[in-house]
Design a protein around this ligand. Structure first.
Ligand SMILES: *[C@@H]1O[C@H](CO)[C@@H](O)[C@H](O)[C@H]1NC(C)=O
Ligand SMILES: *[C@@H]1O[C@H](CO)[C@@H](O)[C@H](O)[C@H]1NC(C)=O
Length: 239
């Protein structure tokens, strides 16, 4: 599900997300908003979303990539076909949409905003499929950022490293299993938009709960594993 948000300054923003919010965008004062229905498993669809934005607006200032396949906590169940599906939705569709929108973003000196997770920087248990795709986003977009810098390509790339956010789906997924507090989704959304608009390389939200694990990761990975494992109540895990 996609929405286009048209504001006053950054006028042509394409946002891909799991939730339908078009009506609310308009209610909150967006100049225009529209959506296309389809599955991000399908690369032809991912491409057509960008094409539609081009038809509607004739250009693009910001592409916010935010959709994911439904995630839940469970043991890795060796399902390679499912891994392929999650990879298509969480990673390859991001690449497809980026490739399709780059001519427009180069034209506008625009911004790519990639919503990732602390689980794309640090290993957490019971999120094998999800985590694999989030690590892949870091590799792809951080490498691409280097090339943009070396070729004077004026398209910013912002990777958003998010901790646990209190969205309905995330709360349902971790319910009873993880004992850490969730950060507010409204403030999170604002941080993502700000990070993109200010062309920051990465944003960390919430700051300390995402930065500190990263500091420990490189110096004491076993300690970090231990701290993380203590937060899980594995009896509550559904399989
Ligand atoms: C939206 O797209 C999905 C996947 O292609 C399809 O299964 C579903 O029926 C569509 N829903 C509507 C309302 O068009
Ligand atoms: C790059 O794009 C930004 C935003 O569109 C603009 O403010 C900046 O001047 C551009 N930089 C160059 C070197 O063209």
């Amino acid at each position: 599900m996609q929405k286009g948000l048209k504001g006053q300054r950054a006028s042509r923003i394409l946002l891909s997300s799991f939730f339908q919010v078009v009506a609310q965008c308009l209610e909150l004062g967006a100049a225009s908003a529209s959506y296309i229905n389809g599955s991000m498993e399908d690369m032809a669809f991912a491409q057509s979303v960008v094409k539609k934005a081009e038809e509607l607006w004739g250009g693009l200032d910001m592409l916010i990539l935010n959709h994911v396949s439904p995630a839940f906590l469970s043991y890795f169940n060796s399902d390679v076909a499912y891994m392929q599906k999650v990879l298509n939705i969480n990673f390859l569709s991001y690449v497809t949409m980026t490739v399709a929108s780059l001519p427009m973003l180069k034209n506008s000196g625009g911004s790519l905003v990639v919503v990732s997770s602390l689980a794309g920087k640090v290993a957490f248990p019971f999120t094998v499929y999800y985590s694999a795709t989030k690590f892949a986003l870091d590799g792809f977009f951080s490498s691409l950022r280097q090339e943009f810098a070396m070729t004077n390509t004026n398209v910013s790339i912002t990777l958003c490293v998010l901790g646990l956010i209190d969205t309905e789906t995330a709360m349902k997924a971790v319910s009873g299993v993880v004992q850490i507090s969730a950060a507010p989704k409204e403030e999170c959304a604002l941080e993502i938009i700000k990070g993109g608009a200010l062309r920051q390389r990465e944003i960390y939200y919430e700051y300390f709960s995402t930065r500190i694990p990263l500091l420990i990761r490189d110096w004491a990975p076993n300690l970090l594993d231990y701290i993380i494992q203590r937060n899980y109540n594995i009896e509550k895990l559904k399989d």
